[in-house]
Design a protein. Structure first.
Length: 288
């Protein structure tokens, strides 16, 4: 069922990020939509975590989103992630800490209770025995009076996009669980819509760029054609003037001159002749 979850967030410019691993044959990575950077999602991620925290009398709320395997060499969970193609990226934290580093900044799919949530698409809620589940250090749980933990899937467009989790100081009853699930649904829609909007804007920009390139290509072709046709036009004009001058015996002005026949002023015709290199044929007698 891992194929039902797709990359949603990238870690562009993240410290320590590995080079992208080659795509394994048969994976859906090539068909994934373009990912969006975490910073672009921050206006949604932080309120999402804070809303879940306050709903559950929580001590810590965290959001993970599906992303590529990018920190595999330094990841504390690497031994639990044999394929290392995609995992859950910690992208928001509210409550006791807002830090996004530490051993749980990445969660392998299928590992532990959190890693199962995007695969099963079912919430995981526990109100006892947290220390034995490896969700956090026992001393940390005891120091902060944490007695319950819940993790809810984030879904958009029929795909799992992440996990919303809360460590709480009071039991997570069904009412609170339903409230957090609703918060997760609203947050998922907001995240998905934002990415869809960004993809639409990106495609629009690509379309505009393609249109501009086509216009530039057409303009260049038109300029080339004009330059190519310019010489034949000049040649045609020169030949016409030469034929008329031959007919008038080289006479330019006067009622029977070439200028009158061509509908030009004599000065204009002289100017065109000079520019085109036309010489008057030799004629008997004087006169212009």
């Amino acid at each position: 069922m891992e194929g039902d979850s797709r990359h949603f967030v990238s870690n562009r410019g993240g410290a320590g990020a590995d080079r992208r691993q080659p795509h394994a044959p048969g994976t859906q990575r090539d068909s994934d939509p373009p990912r969006i950077s975490r910073s672009a999602l921050d206006p949604i991620l932080r309120p999402l975590a804070e809303a879940a925290l306050h709903t559950c009398a929580g001590a810590l709320a965290r959001v993970w989103l599906v992303g590529p395997g990018d920190l595999c060499r330094a990841c504390a969970q690497a031994e639990h992630c044999p394929r290392r193609e995609r995992c859950l990226h910690l992208v928001a934290s509210a409550g006791l800490t807002q830090r996004l580093d530490g051993p749980f900044r990445r969660f392998p799919f299928g590992h532990g209770e959190v890693g199962q949530v995007p695969l099963t698409r079912r919430p995981f809620v526990v109100n006892e025995g947290l220390a034995g589940l490896g969700l956090a250090e026992a001393a940390w749980l005891a120091n902060h009076g944490i007695v319950a933990f819940g993790a809810w899937p984030l879904e958009y467009g029929g795909h799992a996009i992440g996990v919303l989790a809360v460590f709480a100081c009071e039991p997570l009853d069904p009412r609170r669980g339903a409230a957090v699930a609703s918060i997760g649904q609203v947050g998922s829609l907001a995240l998905g819509h934002l990415r869809a909007f960004r993809e639409l804007a990106t495609e629009r920009n690509h379309t505009v760029a393609r249109s501009a390139r086509r216009r530039d290509t057409a303009a260049a072709a038109a300029a080339h054609d004009a330059a190519r046709d310019l010489r034949p036009l000049a040649e045609s004009e020169r030949e016409t003037i030469e034929r008329v001058l031959a007919h008038t015996g080289g006479k330019v002005s006067g009622p029977h001159g070439a200028a009158r026949i061509l509908g030009l002023k004599p000065t204009t015709l002289f100017s065109r002749m000079k520019k085109l290199g036309v010489r008057r044929p030799a004629r008997a007698g004087a006169g212009a």
